[in-house]
Design a protein around this ligand. Structure first.
Ligand SMILES: [Zn+2]
Ligand SMILES: [Zn+2]
Length: 361
């Protein structure tokens, strides 16, 4: 029997989101219904509401979530009712040209549920990133469910589903940071601070946090930064060079995603160093730079989608490291809110006052 539950829906561009009844079908082949326990508020949810992703309104928002499998459809063997799972938006297909050449993090055909969730009048919903987890329950593909230790606080576990994984992975997977590296991170919100936590986890000897907001630099220090630079007061490139013996950092991560910050990242690295872009630019942004600088400085210019993560490989390990006290994921949960507080949380997030607001159900 389809069930009617509460969900947070964005009906039109820029209109405030609302809690309304949504209909969840029974899981079909390969599908799973998950009872959501917690879901973090991410900038991408706000981008959906503002029409910045596409115009397939109404959207069912929320995508950084953990919960318990309630029921599974025919053919599902990877999870069973009662399993505690983190939801992901990279259920790799194993068959496309990226998967077949051993680069599943670029999978071109990731799985989502085939059936649609709807409003009570039958209008089909577009779930954010194929998840839609600001809701009592949601319908996803089985591959979007990654089992992790069930004794984990869902508000913490769910964060691995998007932004925190993006930041951790930008350092660990894309940047390939290790203890021999100096690392600088530009922008110390949730994603940037996760990159700092990732650099610390793998032992980078120098971790430089750059932001214009002193409060965010305090967060960065708590998460493992060894040095901080307030770029409202000093030149970030010069300051990074000064801390690194005049050379620049081995890996510089741009967690903002603007031409100005990317240029800072580019010029703040050591010769042949690595730039990782994990902040998401908007389509109107362009970059103008001397081409000779790309040639003469060498190195590696990368972008990091979802931290180049593979959920099955990365989520359980990161949760275990958290439970051992080696990865302070709990510090990313700034506040716990209700389903009706998402609109207010967008404002708090926009003002940069939180690392993460997490809806707890
Ligand atoms: Zn694939
Ligand atoms: Zn997100």
């Amino acid at each position: 029997m389809p069930q009617t539950v509460r969900g947070v829906v964005a009906r039109a561009q820029g209109a405030p989101v609302e809690v309304t009844d949504i209909v969840i079908p029974d899981p079909g082949p390969g599908e799973v219904v998950v009872a959501i326990a917690a879901c973090g508020v991410c900038h991408t949810d706000l981008h959906y509401r503002e029409g910045g992703i596409n115009d397939e309104f109404p959207f069912l928002l929320g995508h950084e979530a953990a919960g318990t499998v309630e029921s599974v459809g025919p053919g599902v063997e990877s999870v069973a009712p009662g399993d505690f799972v983190v939801l992901n938006w990279r259920a790799v297909c194993g068959q496309c040209r990226a998967c077949k050449r051993g680069r599943p993090q670029y999978c071109f055909d990731t799985f989502n549920a085939a059936q649609k969730m709807t409003l009570t009048d039958g209008t089909e919903l577009s779930p954010a990133l194929g998840i839609g987890a600001f809701a009592d329950k949601t319908l996803v593909h089985a591959g979007q469910c990654t089992k992790v230790d069930p004794n984990t606080d869902p508000a913490v576990a769910g964060l691995l589903g998007c932004g925190v994984m993006a930041g951790l992975g930008a350092a660990i997977n894309t940047g390939g940071v290790d203890r021999t590296d100096s690392v600088a991170v530009i922008g110390c919100g949730g994603v940037g601070d996760a990159a700092i936590a990732g650099a610390r986890l793998v032992g980078a000897h120098t971790i430089i946090a750059v932001d214009r907001d002193a409060r965010k630099l305090d967060w960065a220090t708590e998460l493992g930064a060894t040095h901080t630079i307030n770029s409202a007061e000093v030149d970030a490139v010069e300051a990074i060079q000064e801390i690194t013996g005049g050379f620049g950092a081995d890996v510089v991560i741009d967690a903002v995603g603007r031409p100005e910050t990317w240029k800072q990242a580019f010029y703040a690295r050591d010769l042949a160093g690595t730039v990782v872009l994990v902040g998401v630019p908007t389509p109107d942004m362009t970059l103008e730079m001397p081409l000779i600088d790309f040639f003469s400085r060498g190195g590696s210019l990368k972008s990091s989608w979802y931290g180049d993560c593979l959920p099955e490989r990365d989520f359980p390990v990161l949760i275990d490291l958290y439970r051992q006290g080696r990865l302070p994921l709990e510090k990313f949960v700034t506040e716990r809110i209700g389903l009706g507080d998402v609109e207010k949380a967008f404002e708090t997030m926009h003002r940069g006052e939180v690392l993460r607001s997490v809806v707890v159900l």
